[in-house]
Ligand binder design. Sequence first.
Ligand SMILES: Cc1cc2nc3c(=O)[nH]c(=O)nc-3n(C[C@H](O)[C@H](O)[C@H](O)COP(=O)(O)OP(=O)(O)OC[C@H]3O[C@@H](n4cnc5c(N)ncnc54)[C@H](O)[C@@H]3O)c2cc1C
Length: 287
Amino acid sequence: MIPGSFAYHRPQSVGDAVALLADLGEDARPLAGGHSLIPMMKLRLAMPEHLVDLAGIPGLKGIRQDNNDIVIGAMTTQHELIASDLVGAKIPILREAALLIADPQVRYVGTVGGNVANGDPANDMPAIMMCLGAAYQLTGKEGERRIPARRFYQGAYVTALQPPEILTAIRIPIPADRHGSAYEKLKRKVGDYATAAAAVVLTRDGDRIATCSIGLTNVGDTPLWAEEAGRLVVGTRLDADTVKKAVAAAEAITSPVSDRRGPAHYRTRMAGVMVARALKRANERAG
Ligand SMILES: Cc1cc2nc3c(=O)[nH]c(=O)nc-3n(C[C@H](O)[C@H](O)[C@H](O)COP(=O)(O)OP(=O)(O)OC[C@H]3O[C@@H](n4cnc5c(N)ncnc54)[C@H](O)[C@@H]3O)c2cc1C
């Protein structure tokens, strides 16, 4: 399928990109890796008249440590995330999850920024960013602002981005050294979006759970942070009864649609199964 015609722009700075998007108005869209936007354009679900490509802007790429945060430039590709020793050492759940996105071809071009800015509840990175307590750095006409990932997602493809704002970076607090994490994703085949997926990051104090955060992918209009489910686990030894309660609390906040990946009730149950598996694996990896 062929997308409708559009004009292509390639600004050289964040300021120029924001100015262009402001001038061109609602007919313009930022373009990152194009691996969500171009398929949408081919299906005529998106018909922007102008694409503002962010690929020529230096400084939007790269991964660095800034005190206790890892900062990932929005145009960093999913492949670069996987290849980063810093990410592997400090926040291994990002590498684990990125390896479950699509296939190498998509990951060589698709960006981390595009994945989180897209607003598709099926994208894997948003729930993980919520689980990790990440913040998004946005630049618009009024300058820069920072918003927590947990407040960014408002509905399917609706986010707190206010055009002409662009996402420039993702800032993630580094979890404690001895934390455990896991991303469990159920998919129909390699390269598929999640039927349901769960991210867990936890720490232990002796044999008890000291902190626990849980995120859910593709079981609602937005990615979900299962705050209550995480809270129920804290202070316990993660015994079977606790896992059951956490699973029930996580399932209770889901509202998936029935689609080719299965009926809604099945996807809710699978979210629970993913939570139980991710809790177990994260606990095994902690300490
Ligand atoms: C076959 C296939 C399988 C896939 N499977 C998965 C999967 O299993 N899991 C998964 O998570 N993803 C999957 N994807 C999507 C892939 O990860 C995309 O690369 C990603 O969703 C979007 O990143 P992008 O860089 O391609 O962004 P684009 O497609 O260029 O942009 C996506 C949207 O975000 C906006 N945007 C992008 N960057 C910015 C920015 N910096 N500031 C403001 N707005 C911005 C764009 O305007 C657009 O609306 C798959 C894609 C394909 C083609």
